[in-house]
Ligand binder design. Sequence first.
Ligand SMILES: C[S@@+](CC[C@H](N)C(=O)[O-])C[C@H]1O[C@@H](n2cnc3c(N)ncnc32)[C@H](O)[C@@H]1O
Length: 264
Amino acid sequence: MTEHAERLARLAQGWDEAADGYEAYYVPRFAPWVATAVRALTHGPLPEGPVLVPCCGTFPELDALSEHLPGRETVGIDLSAGMVRRARERAARHRQAAVVQGDASTLDPRWSGTCAAVVSVFGLQQLPEPDLAIRSWAAALCPGGRLSVVFWPDITEVDGPFALLADVLRARVPAGDSSWERRLLPASSAQGLVIERDEHLSYPMSHPDATTFFDAHTRSGPLRALAVARGEAFVNQLREEFLRRAPAGEWHHQPRARHIVARR
Ligand SMILES: C[S@@+](CC[C@H](N)C(=O)[O-])C[C@H]1O[C@@H](n2cnc3c(N)ncnc32)[C@H](O)[C@@H]1O
């Protein structure tokens, strides 16, 4: 297996294990970002054609899409079999919705120039080369088609559970390269897209306490893959330091995501 394939397999396994808990813990907390990403597609007419949802997870985008764009063919794509199983349960309640299991970094060429929209929430930052992925998503749009992508940038807050966890992690795991963030707009423009919005979206989020947040993040969230790869002793160390430095009681914060909207 190549290094790239191994990385994808580890990520998929992490999300397989996280899927049920993710739906319960994160889907309600991420709902405002999902709603804004979908609403951005409806500011102005959309051409005919399907809507693609790369990195759909359990597919929370679908509820908002079917409300705002009823009857539109909608296709979710996700790497994780566990997420796809959940997404298909949701899709079964909607007409004209389907879910494909696969790597959304490079879309199948059959979508090229055919889609009315591509909307994706909190998946882009996990891809190996996000700027190349956004290029592929842009290429799927037909003339007049719209892209709406929400993702977590390198810095989401200065204070709060995301910031503390990043700080605790940094002593043990080298920082990833975040230079791709600067390449997203040039990559989209190179595909003929006109950028309509590039904004930060902050919404309030709360957690019953630091322990609940840490356990959700490492069992049902984005740190599941790392937890599986590094094992229990590593997670326990991380947990101990995180809880020692975290405030007591309910934890409220307002993390900041980045939202890019563009039109072909
Ligand atoms: C944080 S979840 C977001 C799910 C959903 N969009 C939401 O807003 O709740 C990220 C998802 O990206 C998926 N993912 C990560 N890398 C992927 C890839 N290369 N191709 C497709 N999906 C991927 C994961 O399996 C996971 O379901």
